[in-house]
Design a protein around this ligand. Structure first.
Ligand code: SF4
Length: 278
């Protein structure tokens, strides 16, 4: 049975592929082609809102680059030259919006991440799409300093990085991302990332046990953004899009749009661009 794609429905098994999946972008602007270098559902973080099923702590497995290339070529062919849009995509979203390294884990943990960027460049060139579509990397940012060459390469192919910044205190990061990191280290990686490739901060905000993030946490987050505001393209501020698949799921609830809008205004007041998705 053929099902229409929605922003809730982007399982790679849907297409029978391992590394490549199509998704209607959350704002339904069009179709994004996702690249999953973590088919083993392993990440070095464990965010309590994470929507990866059976998430385990770990690294990415070896990637079959030939298979990745063949899958990307096959899906792009179906989208650009075939009937994929007519058969699978709601009418209002029938445009190809971009590609995204957005895996079931941290993409930059893959030893083949740099080679995968080269695959994307080659295949986009074949379809005469190189430079005409954004190639995004959705990352928790923790391994950025290990892949500087790949990030420079990404910048050369119209790349853009969305760097996860859910909290900016040691306790806040531990509570939400289940890792112990120094805020200073996060700040340094964020600055480095923005130097290597155009970078947005991406933040997920939600209520935990019925309470929104405390003002002390919001102040720490705003302070960190203030320190990088001249380096960033802006901030993507998200609410909970889909239910968490982690044990904490029953403790998490969505915040009202008005709460997110109020926080966005505080970010805008420091001169940063904000895009809100409730
Ligand atoms: S960094 Fe991403 S994949 Fe990893 S646990 Fe957090 S939300 Fe899940």
């Amino acid at each position: 049975m053929t099902t229409l794609l929605t922003s809730q429905n982007h399982d790679s098994h849907d297409t029978g592929m391992t590394y490549i999946y199509p998704v209607v972008s959350r704002r339904a602007r069009g179709v994004s082609v996702g690249i999953n270098l973590n088919p083993n559902n392993a990440c070095n973080w464990r965010c309590i809102y994470c929507q990866v099923p059976d998430l385990t702590r770990g690294s990415a497995p070896p990637i079959d680059l030939a298979q990745l290339e063949e899958e990307l070529r096959r899906l792009l062919d179906a989208i650009v030259r075939g009937n994929f849009m007519q058969e699978r995509v709601p009418e209002h979203a029938r445009s190809l919006e971009g590609l995204a390294f957005s895996g079931n884990g941290e993409s930059t943990a893959s030893a083949e991440f740099g080679a995968a960027v080269a695959v994307v460049e080659r295949v986009l060139q074949e379809f005469d799409l190189l430079g005409r579509l954004p190639v995004r990397l959705i990352t928790n940012g923790s391994l950025i300093d290990r892949v500087p060459d790949a990030l420079r390469h990404l910048a050369r192919i119209n790349g853009e990085i969305w760097f996860k910044l859910d909290a900016a205190s040691t306790d806040g990061i531990a509570r939400i991302n289940d890792v112990r990191l120094s805020p200073q280290g996060v700040l340094e990686r964020l600055r480095l990332c923005a130097k290597l490739c155009p970078t947005w901060a991406q933040t997920c905000m939600f209520a935990l046990d019925g309470e929104p993030p405390p003002e002390t946490e919001l102040t720490a987050w705003l302070d960190m953004l203030a320190q990088v505001k001249n380096d960033l393209k802006g901030v993507h501020l998200y609410g909970l899009a889909r239910p968490s698949l982690q044990p904490e799921a029953p403790r998490l609830t969505r915040l009202p749009q008005s709460w997110l809008d109020d926080l966005a205004r505080r970010v805008e007041q420091m001169g940063l661009r904000v895009q809100v998705s409730a």
